[in-house]
Design a protein around this ligand. Structure first.
Ligand SMILES: [Zn+2]
Length: 131
């Protein structure tokens, strides 16, 4: 089952929190799509199933795509968004080491904040505002 309206709203609330607390200096568009297709150079399995999400440069900005079909739960979709957001925040090393030290630092900060330092509660507030 694809992500329902409440999951999508939670995802938008998480996006609002990330934009507020983990800003980036370039325009970012977060798009929800049933399938986030793999690159033609990827493995046949990846091409068949697509990705949970991805991010890529678009002019001077970046586009993040989150699959509404492959992410089956709210939490999965949120983790995918946080994963991609860490890519935005570690953009300068993304081509050489997409999941290198800078990505891990950003990812860890975001994840810990969400889980243990009030990030989740912040998302709750955005969720209510989006009603
Ligand atoms: Zn990644």
């Amino acid at each position: 089952m694809p992500l329902g309206p409440r999951s999508r709203r939670w995802l938008r609330a998480t996006e609002a929190w990330l934009r507020a607390d983990y800003p980036v200096k370039f325009p970012v568009s977060v798009r929800l799509a049933p399938k986030v297709a793999a690159d033609p150079n990827d493995t046949p399995a990846a091409r068949r199933h697509g990705y949970f999400g991805d991010s890529y440069a678009n002019g001077r900005g970046m586009i993040v795509r989150i699959s509404t079909r492959k992410n089956r739960t709210t939490h999965q979709a949120v983790e995918t968004l946080m994963h991609e957001w860490a890519h935005l925040r570690s953009r300068r090393e993304r081509l050489k080491r997409p999941h290198g030290p800078l990505w891990w630092r950003e990812s860890g900060r975001i994840y810990e904040h969400y889980m243990d330092r009030g990030g989740w509660e912040r998302v709750c507030r955005y969720y209510k505002e989006l009603a």
